[in-house]
Write a protein that binds this ligand. Structure first.
Ligand code: CS2
Length: 425
């Protein structure tokens, strides 16, 4: 086997796990632009998207929503879409030598889903790799994580290795590449008018259109040994230093997103463009950005340009990105987006903007639970129990425990104090 990276190839099959809006606006679109590859996708937990897309032969409309106008195209890259529950089909595809790449958009929580193939993508992949080894396939397969986690490839590698049998673990080293990537394209839930927009502009009566922003970025680790699509044709970049791209995006874009999602709703607004235009929420974003920037090994001009561009993207008045979308899964997101900055700055007193993001989460989940609403989060039941606790410090400590923060951590007191300073509607 050679260690020289293989060049992109115009033949192969890509299997995608988690066919949400983001993948359809980004990873799958770029694979269409790369050209030539066969793509088979699997849904997340809900099987509905498999039925809907299969009924329209895998095609879907993509509305690129700029500040002034929409551009609409029909994406036709999917050869088949299966429900996640079709584990046998996934195993069959991974054992087939024509399959060379697996991309994943399974969200942060998908990497901690455990050992049951019915509910865990890493466990399903492990089964497929076992079958590939047994089939004697020699060419390396690449597993490419496209989720918002630091070192997402490493996280994926650990999650899959934990589910492999001994012989497949030994085989893995020479036969599987796990690739970290930074993905970026803000993709809100499609609005009610999206179906009519696709119909009017393309004539296609689409039951599952996607709305996204003009900006798109994909940076991948440059170490595929097997075949891969020529994603550079779609503007993807290949790098030897993925970490800096990941932390910049997670801490500046996603960190600000989470802060706005919680602080914005506590302050009484519902969308990202409203949150960034809210004077006090915006001031908190500036504070968070200053703290996050100080942890990034990048020149000031580059960071200035990056945050300026982010601000413009957040202000897009036509995108209608609802804060409730971003507010989901806080227990999986805040430990990636906010807590590392607080630690690297030397503690909560050195990171009031990041502390505000955490405090906005505790305040928001508390008010949601107390108003009788469900919080979309893998740990929703524990959030509900913690939010019901009467004493302020005890409640905040119980919520922060769900982020892995100890009861004695100075963050507990800092969050209690910061909750009281949040802008309120
Ligand atoms: C958002 C992301 O859901 C979230 O938490 O921050 O989906 C964000 O829109 C994307 O990462 C943008 O690339």
């Amino acid at each position: 086997m050679t260690s020289t990276p293989a060049s992109p190839s115009d033949v192969g099959r890509l299997v995608h796990l988690g066919i949400g809006n983001f993948a359809r606006a980004h990873t799958l679109l770029d694979t269409q632009i790369a050209g030539g590859w066969s793509v088979v996708a699997f849904t997340g937990r809900s099987a509905d998207m498999a039925e809907t897309l299969t009924a329209q032969r895998g095609r879907y409309g993509l509305i690129v929503r700029g500040p002034e106008a929409d551009e609409v195209r029909v994406v036709d890259v999917l050869d088949a879409v299966h429900p996640a529950s079709d584990v046998d089909e996934l195993v069959r595809l991974l054992a087939d030598p024509f399959t060379a790449v697996v991309t994943l958009t399974i969200t942060e929580k998908g990497y901690a889903a455990g050992s049951d193939p019915a509910t865990s993508a890493p466990a399903r992949i492990a089964r497929g790799l076992g079958a590939r080894r047994e089939a004697g396939v020699e060419e390396p397969i690449a597993l490419v994580s496209c989720d918002n986690l630091t070192g997402n490839g490493e996280v994926l590698r650990e999650a899959v290795l934990a589910e492999l049998d001994e012989p497949t673990r030994a085989w893995f080293v020479d036969h599987v590449d796990v690739i970290s990537t930074m993905v970026d394209r803000i993709t809100p839930a499609a609005d009610d008018g999206a179906v009519a927009t696709v119909l009017a502009q393309t004539g296609f009566d689409d039951a599952a259109p996607v709305v996204t922003e003009p900006f798109s970025e994909w940076v991948l680790e440059d170490r595929f040994r097997g075949r891969r699509p020529a994603w550079e044709k779609a503007g993807a970049q290949f790098t030897d230093d993925i970490a800096v791209h990941e932390t910049r995006k997670l801490r500046l874009l996603n960190g600000a997103h989470s802060l706005m999602a919680y602080a914005g709703q506590v302050a009484g607004v519902q969308r990202v463009d409203e949150a960034i235009a809210h004077r006090e929420v915006r001031a908190l974003v500036e504070e968070l950005w200053a703290e996050a920037r100080s942890t990034l090994p990048l020149p000031a001009e580059e960071l200035d340009a990056y945050t300026r561009a982010l601000e413009e993207r957040f202000r897009n008045p036509r995108l209608a990105d609802n804060l409730i979308r971003i507010a989901a899964d806080g227990t999986a997101k805040l430990p990636v987006r906010a807590l590392p900055v607080i630690a690297e700055r030397g503690g909560p007193s050195e990171a009031p903007g990041e502390v505000a993001a955490v405090a906005a989460w505790t305040a928001w989940v508390t008010s949601r639970v107390r108003a009788g609403h469900e919080v979309a989060d893998p740990r929703a039941a524990e959030i509900a129990a913690a939010a019901a606790i009467e004493g302020e410090t005890e409640r905040v400590a119980a919520l922060l425990a769900l982020l892995g923060v100890g009861a004695e951590d100075p963050l507990v007191g800092a969050v209690v104090a910061a909750e009281a300073r949040l802008p309120r509607s």
